[in-house]
Design a binder for this molecule. Structure first.
Ligand code: PLP
Length: 397
């Protein structure tokens, strides 16, 4: 017999994947240049030169058995030290190398943390709009996913609504800033208010309610937006990080869980994360990528291309009459669907080979997501189509 739960997950492709596959098929019919695919968050800037040089140099000069061998489950001491040195220098974080557990990216990092907290009846509170994979990550790993409704004015956190959702089963609040899909950075004030709420709620329920800070976009911020180091604001924070976006390495699968000493029961929580990773089949993080990260811990992406795209799309779309918050992080824009249904708008756009992701799976069905990690030329040539789409919606109403 086959698990019906897993079968359902395997057979229902995510909406993003479906659009992406559709785009590839359409490209074969109408030509790649005539498909305007804003569906998938694949970085469009190359990895920093130092990263590619590190790959080549390590493979070319270091002992091949070492380079390709197993490492300790949490990662090489050298990579853990290099990254904590960088975080300490930037954020005054007071981390030890032993606070980091390297993983194959943010997705397994998140799942390990969820599993580590998934006691009987556990609930994890998310914030809409949220990364669509959070639901299967949480619900298939022993916890209930409870969603705070979206703040569609500022795309911060509706703390009063969140307060009503927290109870004795709440193990953690899962946040993501800079946010996928809104492209918005949570302000320090928002995080301070969230910290005050969770401090009070933890006291009421008699156990720590952790923040899980999912931060693959930490280095992608614009207009001077500050991306806070959340443990400095709320000590009971576990950070999940990935190099997928910051170093444009999504296929290389490297990231980490950081359990700072400040988090309640940090040693036990770290051990539970290791245990959860173990049952998920984690043996060790990829050894070559660890070596690259150890050399490139201080490398940052050159955001000029993303920033140019972000500005061009925002200026043009708002001038056509679209309503969207001005993204100051990641490489996404979240746009209110003219006509009210993002699914209907996405279907309409698809007819013109413009691929945008409806917000239903992000917990915000009135908005659609655009990935701005595309070429500038794609953006420029798509603009008349976006104009036609909003005009058509106006005519229809
Ligand atoms: N969290 C968010 C918010 C994401 O957008 C993504 C990927 O797009 C992930 C986690 C997973 O990242 P990774 O490629 O490191 O597994």
């Amino acid at each position: 017999m086959i698990s019906q739960k897993m079968l359902a997950l395997g057979q229902s492709r995510s909406c993003i994947r479906e659009l992406f596959e559709y785009g590839m098929k359409q490209a074969a019919v109408v030509g790649r240049e005539n498909v305007f695919d804003f569906s998938i968050g694949n970085p469009s800037i190359p990895s920093p030169g130092a990263v590619n040089e590190a790959f080549l140099d390590i493979v070319g000069t270091e002992d091949s058995l070492d380079v390709h061998g197993y490492t300790s489950a949490a990662g090489y001491p050298g990579v853990r030290k290099a990254v904590t040195d960088d975080l300490n220098a930037r954020f005054g974080a007071h981390l030890r190398p032993e606070n980091l557990f390297f993983t194959c990216g943010a997705a397994p990092a998140l799942i390990a943390v969820v599993r580590a907290l998934a006691v009987d009846g556990a609930e994890i509170v998310g914030v809409a709009p949220f990364f669509a994979e959070y639901r299967p990550f949480v619900e298939s790993n022993g916890a209930k996913f409870v969603v705070t409704p979206p703040d569609t004015v500022h795309f911060q956190i509706r703390l009063d609504d969140m307060a009503d959702l927290i109870n004795e089963h709440t193990q953690a609040v899962l946040i993501n800033s800079p946010n996928n899909p809104s492209g918005i950075v949570y302000t320090k004030e928002t995080l301070e208010q969230l910290a005050a709420l969770l401090t009070e709620k933890s006291r009421q329920v008699g156990h720590p309610i952790y923040i899980i800070a999912d931060e693959p976009y930490r280095e992608l911020a614009y207009d001077g937006a500050e991306v806070s180091w959340v443990p400095n604001i709320y000590p009971d924070t576990v950070v999940c990080y990935s190099y997928s976006k910051s170093l444009s390495l999504p296929g290389e699968r490297i990231g980490y869980v950081c359990v700072p000493d400040s988090a309640a029961d940090s040693d036990l929580l770290f051990a539970a994360v290791a245990g959860a990773a173990r049952v998920l089949g984690h043996v060790c993080p990829p050894s070559l990528q660890q070596r690259v990260v150890a050399r490139c811990a201080a490398e940052r992406p050159d955001l000029a291309a993303y920033d140019k795209n972000r500005r061009a799309l925002y200026d043009a779309l708002t001038s056509f009459g679209y309503d969207c918050p001005k993204a100051n992080g990641a490489f996404y824009m979240f746009v209110k669907a003219p006509g009210g249904s993002s699914k209907a708008f996405s279907d309409m756009a698809k007819e013109k080979n413009v691929l945008v992701v409806p917000g239903d799976d992000f917990g915000c069905p009135e908005y659609f997501r655009l990935c701005t990690c595309v070429s500038y030329d794609t953006i420029q040539r798509s603009l008349p189509l976006f104009k036609e789409l909003i005009d058509a919606c106006r005519c229809a109403h």
